[in-house]
Design a protein around this ligand. Sequence first.
Ligand code: ZN
Length: 237
Amino acid sequence: MSNLSFQKMKKCYFLKSKSFVLFSLIFSIFFIGSGFSLLENKSKKPLFVVVIDAGHGGYDVGNECSDLKKFKQEKDVVLPVALQLGEYLENLLENVKVVYTRKNDTFVSLEKRTEIANEASADLFISIHANHNPIKNIHGCQVHIHNGNIKFSKIFAQKLMKQLSERAKRKVLKIQTANSRGHNLFVLQNTKMPAVLLELGFMSNPNEEVYLNSEYGQTILASAIFRAVREYREVAQ
Ligand SMILES: [Zn+2]
């Protein structure tokens, strides 16, 4: 190697290392910068508290299944959906606090359920149930709210219906209000935040009973509710 080419190489290496330093600098500014903005976004999202209320529990089995050897009672159908929903919310959304009224097979009174929600200053209350009707043909999800003019309960109920229909491909029945039902539902009447009571489907319908008892069905339903909460948060906060 001649002295000249050695000089060239040195210069070239020097330039390369210089551009490498420059590149690293830009790279780190970019990434540290975006890191900071991620942190900023995280702290910008105010805390969102969701109370998940798995209906019934303990000696209160809720609606009974058609065959205890094959299927579960309402209290055991709704609990895994409630727990899965909570997991999605905690793992996939930032700054969300999930409060359960029950996480296992215990009896919790209706008064206690509303007390838990009110004391948690929840942003949203979701009560999860499964329906029953003597007419076996009747099927579909149904969302109950206390009253049609409670703006945010209605907004969430509509998002829930949309997700259940489009995402979960379930039949959805009309939103029921205290007026259309003709009676109040305790947990909706006594919670101070936007609140819905969701009937996941009819245990009295043979097809829906199979779906409600399947891990597949429960995952799809939990995922649809999760998506509705995520969408709702964007407009509510
Ligand atoms: Zn129920």
